[in-house]
Each structure stands twice: as structure tokens, then as C-alpha cells.
Design a protein around this ligand. Structure first.
Ligand code: HEC
Length: 147
């Protein structure tokens, strides 16, 4: 009896473990996809809230406030092309966080889009985590609109 179990049990158990690992892997992959989708949605919302007035709803540089500016807003669908073919993630994060020394963006401590992205530390750990998340979400969104 025991000998029999010993011979027949390992196989189904191995299958069970295999299936569990497979399912766990799938659930994890779904989670990651959900998190990515949510992040992209957040990025898009942040863009239309804080950037579209100048850069336009699609980032083409034709927002309603564009004509009032001395310098035309950049076409943000061409960031990669302007940078020579690779999306300059660090540069974009710098611009989002500190304004990137662009007059129309206001000053580093006082960007025209408010302090959503730069209030790190000011509201404690959670505030910093949220602004970090917002910066990454917006950067990712900008990456998806490159042409
Ligand atoms: C008040 C208008 C205004 C708002 C709001 C604004 N921008 Fe800009 N942005 C500009 C202008 C004008 C330029 C072009 C400056 C230049 O060419 O010297 C620019 C340039 C840029 C560039 C540089 C492009 C490059 O290839 O380096 C990036 C990136 C950018 N903006 C991102 C953003 C993001 C992200 C937001 C929202 C968080 C935003 N901007 C909000 C006016 C604005």
C-alpha cells in the first residue's frame, strides 16, 4: 500500500505543483498588466490636466494657450525623434520634476503645473511615493505617444 502510494503519488503531486505554479504565474502577469494599464491611465489624466493646455490634447503642441506664449510649445510626440531615436527618459523625468529650465514651465520650485510632481518629502513618505508614481506614469504616457 505504502509502496504503491510512493510509486503513484509523486506524479499527480508534481502535476498539481506544476499547475499551481502556472496559475500563480498567470495571476501575477495579469496583475502586472493591470498595474501598467492603471499607470498609463493616470499618466494620460495627468497630461490632460497639467500639460495639454499648452502642448495640446494629443501633445502636438497646439493647446489653447499656445498662441499666448512667446515660444511655441514643443510637439511632445517628437521627443524621441528630436533626441535621435531613443526616448530620453531621464531628460523627460527632469522636465516633469523640475521644469527643465523652460521659461514657459515656470521655475523649478514653482512649475506652472503646480507641485504634484515635486512635493516629495513635503507630505511625508506617502506624498513622495505618490509624486514618484505620478512622474513615472506621465513619463510612460509620453513614451507611448511618440511617433
Ligand atoms: C504654460 C505652457 C506649458 C505647459 C502647461 C507645459 N509646457 Fe512643456 N513646454 C512649453 C513650451 C513653450 C516648450 C518649448 C520651450 C522651448 O522650445 O524652448 C515646452 C517644452 C517641453 C518639453 C521639451 C521637449 C523636448 O524635446 O525636450 C517637454 C518634455 C515638455 N515641455 C513637457 C511638458 C509636460 C510633461 C508638461 C505637463 C506636466 C508640460 N510640458 C506643460 C510650454 C508648456
Amino acid at each position: 500500500m505504502i509502496a504503491q502510494l510512493g510509486r503513484s503519488a509523486p506524479f499527480p503531486i508534481a502535476i498539481l505543483i506544476f499547475v499551481c505554479v502556472l496559475l500563480a504565474g498567470r495571476a501575477h502577469a495579469d496583475d502586472t498588466a493591470d498595474v501598467r494599464a492603471a499607470s498609463l491611465e493616470l499618466g494620460e489624466a495627468l497630461f490632460s490636466e497639467r500639460c495639454a493646455s499648452c502642448h495640446g490634447a494629443n501633445g502636438n503642441g497646439d493647446g489653447p494657450a499656445a498662441s499666448a506664449l512667446k515660444t511655441a510649445p514643443a510637439d511632445l510626440t517628437q521627443i524621441t525623434r528630436r533626441a535621435g531615436g531613443a526616448f530620453p527618459a531621464a531628460h523627460v523625468v527632469e522636465v516633469i520634476t523640475y521644469g527643465g529650465n523652460i521659461a514657459a514651465h515656470g521655475s523649478g520650485p514653482m512649475p506652472v503645473w503646480g507641485r504634484v510632481f515635486s512635493d516629495e518629502g513635503g507630505r511625508g513618505k506617502m506624498g513622495a511615493a505618490r509624486s514618484r508614481q505620478a512622474i513615472i506614469a506621465l513619463k510612460r504616457y509620453l513614451e507611448t505617444i511618440q511617433k
